[in-house]
Design a protein around this ligand. Structure first.
Ligand code: SAM
Length: 249
């Protein structure tokens, strides 16, 4: 496993509590812990990621602890003010000398794809801004450039916390050492190693369930045939379900 310092992920949010259970369970938790090396239990696999949550509200100058105000020009909703966001970002960035790649979760951003996730997993440090209400005052977005805006889809959520968690989950599982069996993140749907197509179907015990049998080829022990069958299944699925992903070269 290549030796690299843990990926540092800072999240700036008004609702840090929303992250507690997601970052504290399953692969995301395991990735942040020192655990026995799955290949050699006498050794320790060091944490491959560290999470740092910042509550934007802690940085407001407002004596009532407010961070949002109504929009200039009228209209519904509230807008998060520049000052607490600017100060929170700079405080978080000063906590570690590694330069952070700034990400702003936004429905108006570039789509979160597996290609983008693979790229982000190679960065030393990510700083994620999660908006709420109507979003951030545009001036702080401009002042914090360069910052990539990232969207999890063409729909609007109440806040950037769930999108941030989606991004974190997708990135962290690709860091070497995060999942017990690294091969399991290879050849997954949309990955570069699967040519950007969909994954093949999977089966496990029992061999027969409700009179439905596992395809014979998977029981043959012939790995070349199994690989060929899986490649064909993956290509068929991609053609049927997502023809836009077909690589016809
Ligand atoms: N007024 C904004 C618009 O229409 O583009 C939507 C604001 S939304 C209610 C509040 C926050 O949720 C955003 O600032 C962003 O951080 C987050 N958010 C909502 N939908 C998102 C999406 N599809 N992808 C990423 N972040 C999203």
């Amino acid at each position: 496993m290549p030796d690299r310092s843990p990926l540092r992920i800072d999240v700036l949010t008004l609702f840090p509590d929303m992250f507690t259970s997601v970052l504290g369970a399953s692969i995301l938790k395991r990735a942040a812990d020192d655990v026995p090396d799955p290949k050699d239990a006498s050794r320790t696999r060091r944490a491959v990621v560290e999470y740092h949550l910042t509550d934007i509200r802690d940085y407001t100058d407002d004596k009532h602890g407010k961070v949002d105000k109504p929009p200039f020009g009228g209209g519904p909703g509230m807008v998060i003010q520049c000052q607490p966001v600017w100060d929170a970002v700079h405080a978080a960035e000063a906590a570690d000398e590694r330069p952070a790649t700034r990400l702003l979760m936004s429905p108006q951003g570039e789509p979160l794809t597996q290609t983008l996730v693979e790229e982000l997993a190679t960065h030393p440090r990510l700083l994620i801004l999660a908006g709420h209400y109507e979003g951030f005052d545009e001036r702080v977005v401009e002042a914090l450039q360069p910052m990539r805006e990232v969207s999890v889809g063409d729909y609007v959520l109440s806040g950037g916390e769930l999108p941030a968690m989606v991004l974190i989950d997708a990135v962290v599982r690709l860091i070497p050492g995060a999942v017990g069996d690294e091969a399991s993140v290879d050849h997954e749907s949309f990955s570069t190693s699967a040519d950007g197509g969909l994954d093949y179907p999977h089966y496990t015990r029992p061999r027969v369930w409700r009179e439905m049998e596992v395809p014979d080829v998977l029981l043959s022990g012939d790995h070349a045939r199994i690989d060929a069958w899986r490649r064909e299944q993956a290509a068929n699925r991609t053609r049927q379900r997502r023809p836009d992903l077909m690589n016809d070269d």
